[in-house]
Design a protein around this ligand. Structure first.
Ligand code: ZN
Length: 302
């Protein structure tokens, strides 16, 4: 049996929220349509947060209203009950909530300490159960916090346990600033998987130090099968100094496909989506593999 992985493209949210150029809703939708055309199984379409805090994510309700009919699993990011209500009103049934593993990061990101952030998340999970909405908490800065330094594995393990016991659909462990190395990735996931299995755990890596693909490989080797990535490596966190782009979707797809692990994604169309992402953001965005992929396409080999 062929191994498979599920890749969620978070470019339309994590990627675009930190670009100097703010895209119009129509441009954001064009990017999502390109990802759908490339057969991404899942796409995070944007966030329902204060447009004052994150201007690039204003009007996500218009994105939700304009989504193409597709088999793609669409989700959005929220950070409080207000965002939850807005997302539900917009018809999004799968929501991601960032909760940092350190107090300072929570205070910068959502103006709460850890205990308050965890309490709010479990409250939203409880509410979502009655509404049949899926909630995936993202444990941000899970290996290292830009303000407090290394994060204890036991902190991440306790948060994961709390969220899954409360009824979260899954938990994504996020290396928000791209500081983790493959040994640390293996060790944390091995501990989490021994406790919860692999089905409810996802991985979210940034490529700040160029370790994104290495970290994804390490996570795969210990059993992780759900990965976030961002088209053309767009990304960064507006509240975490030093955070750069996510691991690029094209890098991750090429890696897995060459290892014989199926992603279900059309690489040729993915290259077109990466080119569109660079075009729309007026940047030279692109993953490490994009140059090679383009040369293969131009030779008719993709
Ligand atoms: Zn991120």
């Amino acid at each position: 049996m062929t191994e498979t992985v599920i890749i969620t493209d978070v470019g339309p949210r994590d990627g675009l929220q930190n670009q100097p150029k703010v895209l119009s809703p129509a441009e954001r939708l064009r990017l999502i349509e390109a990802l759908v055309a490339a057969r991404l199984p899942a796409v995070e379409i944007g966030s329902f947060v204060s447009p004052k805090a994150v201007p690039a994510m204003a009007n996500t309700d218009q994105i939700a209203a304009g989504l193409p009919a597709a088999n793609t699993h669409f989700s959005a990011l929220i950070s409080n009950m207000r965002g939850y209500e807005q997302a539900r009103a917009a018809g999004i049934q799968s929501l991601n909530i960032p909760v940092a593993a350190s107090n300072t990061m929570n205070e910068k990101n959502i103006r709460m300490d850890n205990q308050q952030a965890i309490a709010l998340t479990t409250e939203i999970i409880a509410r979502a159960k009655t509404d049949d909405v899926a909630i995936i908490p993202y444990i941000a800065t899970a290996w290292e916090c830009p303000f407090e330094g290394p994060v204890k594995a036991q902190t991440v393990r306790a948060m994961t346990r709390t969220f899954l016991q409360a009824g979260a659909t899954a938990v994504v462990i996020a290396d928000t600033i791209g500081a983790a190395n493959p040994a640390q990735v293996k060790s944390l996931y091995a501990a989490l998987i021994s406790e919860h299995g692999t089905g409810q755990l996802g991985a979210h890596f940034h490529d700040t130090r160029g370790f994104g693909v290495a970290n994804a490989t390490a996570a795969f080797e210990v059993g992780v099968r759900r990965f976030d990535a961002s088209i053309a490596g767009l990304g960064g966190c507006p509240f975490a100094p030093g955070a750069s782009g996510n691991v690029a979707t094209e890098d991750l797809v090429l890696l897995f496909e060459q290892m014989g692990i199926a992603t279900g994604i059309d690489l040729r169309k993915l290259v077109a989506a990466a080119e569109l992402a660079a075009d729309l953001t007026a940047s030279n965005a692109g993953g490490n593999a994009l140059g090679w992929l383009r040369s293969q396409r131009d030779k008719g080999l993709l």
